[in-house]
Design a protein around this ligand. Structure first.
Ligand code: SAM
Length: 221
């Protein structure tokens, strides 16, 4: 992560992230889940970009029996980890390797495209968002949750306290988070400017309450 923040997760990073940090990131994913629930056709197909260990995908597929979920991630290690988790759900859940900058899918295919805590890693977020929108069908939903560079101190502190760390480890983790995670992410105004460039009706960027993150949401025109 420190070596090159924009590169895919290497095996050791994937392991650390999955074991210690992903449970906290699930609080961001919960908002995406809530937005999707009740706003998806019974048999919809969802693309998740930067799907990591596949935790959100598994939860959604278990909750929505008609939904098909495809995860794409730059890291083969993350993809392998997610596919191991998906065993037994292969008919509706699959993870493949790919880059947000050049999604290997045809235009207009998906009912929803979601992404959690990944866009800050993309070297060109505008290009990645254009790709996410390209593969959406007209009327399909785009939901992107990410850490906000302008987040409040107490939201960052509470978030880091959810990481699975040894006792007393959170002040160090907080410094790491503020410098290398939030510090290298977008803020809400930057996210709004990016959303305004996309062919979305009523795009909005709002803080996710109780977290140091924002949600970019819109529907393809
Ligand atoms: C912080 S993790 C988030 C994982 C998962 N979404 C979650 O909520 O736990 C970021 C993920 O984005 C992936 N990633 C980074 N750059 C990417 C890119 N350009 N295209 C697709 N995935 C990328 C990384 O490999 C990593 O799995």
């Amino acid at each position: 992560m420190l070596r090159d923040f924009t590169s895919r997760y290497r095996p050791s990073e994937a392991w650390v992230y999955d074991r210690f940090i992903a449970p906290a990131v699930a609080t961001l994913a919960a908002r995406v889940r809530a937005e999707l629930t009740g706003d998806m056709p019974e048999r919809g197909e969802v693309l998740e970009v930067g799907s990591g260990g596949g935790q959100l995908a598994l939860a959604m597929v278990a909750e929505r029996p008609g939904v098909h979920w495809l995860g794409v991630d730059l890291s083969p290690e993350q993809v392998a980890r997610a596919n191991r988790r998906a065993r037994g759900h292969e008919e509706r859940l699959r993870f493949v390797t790919g880059d947000a900058a050049e999604l290997p899918f045809e235009a207009g295919r998906f009912d929803a495209v979601v992404s959690v805590a990944s866009i800050k890693h993309w070297p060109d977020p505008a290009r990645g968002l254009r790709e996410c929108t390209r593969v959406l069908r007209p009327g399909g939903r785009l939901l992107v949750a990410e850490v906000d560079r302008g987040c409040r101190y107490h939201d960052a502190r509470d978030f880091v306290r959810k990481w699975r760390l040894p006792p007393g480890g959170w002040p160090f983790a907080l410094a790491f988070f503020r410098t290398f995670v939030a510090g290298r992410s977008l803020d809400c105004d930057e996210a709004r400017a990016l959303a305004a460039e996309l062919p979305l009706s009523a795009p909005r960027v709002s803080r996710i309450a109780g977290t140091p993150a924002f949600l970019l949401a819109g529907r393809k025109r």
